[in-house]
Design a protein around this ligand. Structure first.
Ligand code: NOJ
Length: 749
């Protein structure tokens, strides 16, 4: 079919021209004037980011800052040291250019919020924005200006440890939440107090590392790149993100830190990004290790030529750029452009006017309001995956004795999750302590750890756990993964519960008491057997500082769970990749065609007739689909309809559905809208999330939920042609997860 090409307005929207922020002429003038005064050495200095020295300033560091040989410092968080470094830069360097101080503030600074994947389960951009706002406030209060977040790598592989830092597998959800984080960190203006520059990372394809092994290669064809991996990054550019970071790995044979297609063609030329790009840790030097540069000098040439403005940690720029410019291998104009990009953000941050930090200008760290926000975030992040016979919520009146069992019930550190450089477990409230204080005058709480850590195999603690469970009204097990089992370079081939945790659930199930399992983990886990032996299962991710009170609120029914999975849960690692927005194939699996390995007759003849796409031993259904999550109440969707089922380009589809709370609890439902382009020039996914709304309903309450969907949102990227909406029919589903059944069809003419 002939594609509908976009109206000029929609073209501008998708190409970024409409939203690309106009450069501030006054600020540009200041940057140009400053650039004009700089020596080539001072320019190269701006391109260099070095690691801090842990509350120390060596004479070497002092001299470098004095000479303008450093543009940025990362990982220094001591305010006195930061102010002194800044004073040296501002008062003792020739041009007084301030330093920009960076840190990984990933899910909170001191007040730790749930891991990003957990926050994504809230499907709540406002909540995510608030979390980033608080993190920015706390980070700026010590003197930081810049965080390396959000991580918006589409993540379809739970073996990959950094899935914990991601916002899941879906480009639309990741875009919405990534933009929310950027807004939270950067506020209305970078110059405002308490805002910090954000960094969209890792551009691009980090989550597609082969086999889920960190840093490994990614091969992503243009079609996938534009339709799945680029959109969150493009959305963050449109939202004004200040900085970008390349992925460590190679994309289609070219390591990202030397990839001019990504940083020059796509980011600068197509998307009009005007912030700056910082490399990842030593990733420019690693161009040598990848085998695309013969030495560090060549690595520097490739990095700067590709558009990596600032080099983190390695020193190929400071060691070789001068020579490369003198030789004429790198034009000075490229250096000028990189410096200008960096100065622009330093000006926008107001560093020239307010270089120093006075901690007393800010609210205290870990303030009450911050803890309350972290608790709310943890409540909204938890996903209820099973609740047989409505064993949850625990009825306070009926509980006299509660057995709290497991290695993660009372571990203030492990509940914080990965990337918590500045988080302090001393602030954590654990589930055990929250349950004890809430049930103080109501029930006895017996705690037995049973396993030393999540990885322990010794079952010597099991008898004591069984004893505690014997006369309990219910058993609450806290299991999962310690923080260190996910995060950078911490990938797993087996997605089961580590150690003897499964045996512990089995032992508890044998007591005949209701078993409620709470899993804290940094990734989706293959929970099949854990589910079998549990009456209820709440997936809490690593919930952060206030994980304990949040979980207690949910277990005791003070709130109903509302989290929905931002990523598919496979039954086993062997099913990976398993994601909801897959393609149909020419032979899609069906119930009728599926034969389990045990049901194949001996010496059955080999045939290609009637076969479909599945595993003999693992089928084709995930354990839980994307978007899944139960509530204590019941929600019913009825009456899905499109007010205007035949539309043209530039129109806005109006889709409505009746949502009713037919259960007994007030609760929030995340109503999700999915589409499928039925016939298109290239294959399109069987479902794509295009909109969602959080709706709170009291028992018995019904509401019409309306989605306004611009037709442009039905566009996809056709390699070589660009973004198009093809006329024809589209199926539209609305429901509580990606397997929602309620469907209508619209036509684009
Ligand atoms: C390596 C990680 O890949 C990146 O995400 C992080 O921001 C830097 N190190 C700095 O710590």
């Amino acid at each position: 079919m002939r594609p509908l090409t976009f109206s000029i307005l929609s073209f501008l929207f998708f190409s970024g021209l409409l939203y690309a922020q106009a450069l501030d002429p006054e600020l540009e003038k200041k940057a140009s004037e400053l650039l004009h005064k700089m020596t080539i050495q001072e320019k190269i200095g701006q391109l260099s980011q070095v690691n801090g020295e842990y509350s120390n300033i060596s004479s070497g560091m002092r001299a470098k800052v004095q000479k303008g040989e450093i543009g940025s410092i990362l990982n220094e968080v001591d305010t006195k040291t930061l102010n002194e470094l800044q004073r040296i830069a501002v008062e003792e360097s020739r041009l007084g250019i301030p330093l920009i101080f960076a840190r990984d503030v990933i899910h909170g600074f001191k007040t730790i919020f749930p891991i990003p994947l957990g926050q994504a389960a809230s499907w709540n951009p406002d909540l995510v924005e608030k979390g980033a706002r608080i993190a920015a406030m706390e980070a700026s209060s010590v003197g930081l200006h810049w965080t390396f977040a959000p991580m918006i790598d589409i993540s379809r592989d739970p073996r990959w440890g950094r899935i914990a830092e991601s916002l899941g597998e879906d480009p639309y959800l990741t875009s919405q939440l990534g933009v929310a984080m950027v807004r939270g960190f950067q506020g209305e203006s970078l110059a405002d107090k308490g805002t910090i520059a954000a960094c969209a990372k890792h551009f691009v394809g980090y989550g597609a590392a082969e086999g889920g092994r960190d840093y490994n290669i990614a091969n992503i064809p243009e079609n996938e790149l534009y339709n799945n991996y680029f959109p969150p990054f493009k959305a963050c550019v449109d939202a004004g993100v200040a900085t970008f970071m390349p992925t460590f790995n190679e994309l289609n044979g070219v390591p990202a830190s030397g990839n001019a297609f990504l940083f020059r063609t796509v980011l600068r030329e197509d998307w009009k990004f005007d912030g700056f790009v910082v490399s990842d840790w030593e990733s420019v030097r690693q161009l040598v290790v990848h085998g695309v540069a013969s030495d560090n000098k060549e690595a520097a040439r490739q990095g700067i030529s590709a558009g990596i403005d600032m080099e983190m940690a390695s020193t190929t720029y400071s060691s070789h750029l001068l020579k490369l410019v003198e030789e004429g291998t790198v034009p000075e104009s490229i250096i000028d452009e990189a410096v200008r990009n960096i100065l622009r953000i330093k000006f926008q941050l107001g560093l020239f006017d307010n270089p120093y930090t006075n901690t007393s200008d800010f609210p205290p760290l870990v303030a009450e309001a911050h803890l309350a926000a972290a608790e709310e975030a943890a409540v909204q992040s938890c996903v209820l995956l099973k609740n047989e016979r409505q064993v949850l919520p625990l009825q306070e009146k009926a509980i006299r004795k509660l057995a709290v069992i497991g290695p993660l019930a009372d571990d203030p550190y492990e509940q914080l999750g990965t990337w918590i450089f500045d988080g302090n477990p001393g602030h954590s409230i654990t589930p055990l302590s929250a349950l004890r204080s809430t049930l103080k005058d109501i029930a006895e709480v017996h705690f037995v750890k049973a396993l030393e850590t999540s990885r322990s195999y010794s079952q010597s603690g099991f008898p004591e756990a069984a004893e505690a469970a014997k006369d309990a009204d219910a058993i609450v097990l806290f299991l999962g993964e310690e923080s260190i089992l996910s995060g950078e370079a911490h990938c797993r081939a087996d997605l089961g519960l580590p150690g003897a945790q499964l045996e512990l659930i089995q032992a508890m199930a044998q007591t005949g008491k209701p078993v409620i399992t709470v899993v804290m983990a940094g990734r989706p886990l293959a929970l099949g057997q854990a589910l079998e032996f549990s009456d209820a299962l709440l997936f809490a991710w690593h919930p952060g500082t206030m994980g304990g009170p949040a979980i207690a609120r949910l277990l005791l029914g003070k709130d109903a769970p509302s989290g929905k999975l931002p990523v598919t849960f496979p039954t086993s690692a062997g099913q990976i990749p398993m994601y909801y927005n897959h393609k149909n194939t020419g032979k899609p699996a069906t119930e009728a065609s599926f034969i389990h390995i045990d049901d194949i007759p001996v010496r059955a003849p080999q045939t290609s007739v009637g076969n479909t796409s599945y595993y003999l031993d693992a089928g084709y259904h995930p354990l839980f689909p994307f978007g899944y999550g139960l509530s204590y109440t019941r929600f019913e969707y009825t009456g899905l309809k499109a007010a205007n089922p035949i539309v043209g380009r530039g129109d806005i589809l109006q889709i409505s559905v009746q949502l009713s709370n037919t259960g007994d609890y007030e609760a929030v439902e995340v109503a999700q809208l999915y589409i499928r382009d039925l016939v298109s020039s290239i294959t399109r996914p069987v479902k794509e999330l295009k909109s969602f709304q959080r709706v709170r309903l009291r028992p018995g309450e019904s509401r019409t939920v309306t989605f306004s969907l611009p037709v442009e949102q039905l566009a996809y990227y056709y390699p070589g042609r660009g973004w198009e909406v093809e006329p024809g029919e589209f199926d539209i589903w609305v429901g509580g997860n990606s397997e929602a059944a309620l469907k209508t069809t619209v036509e684009i003419r």
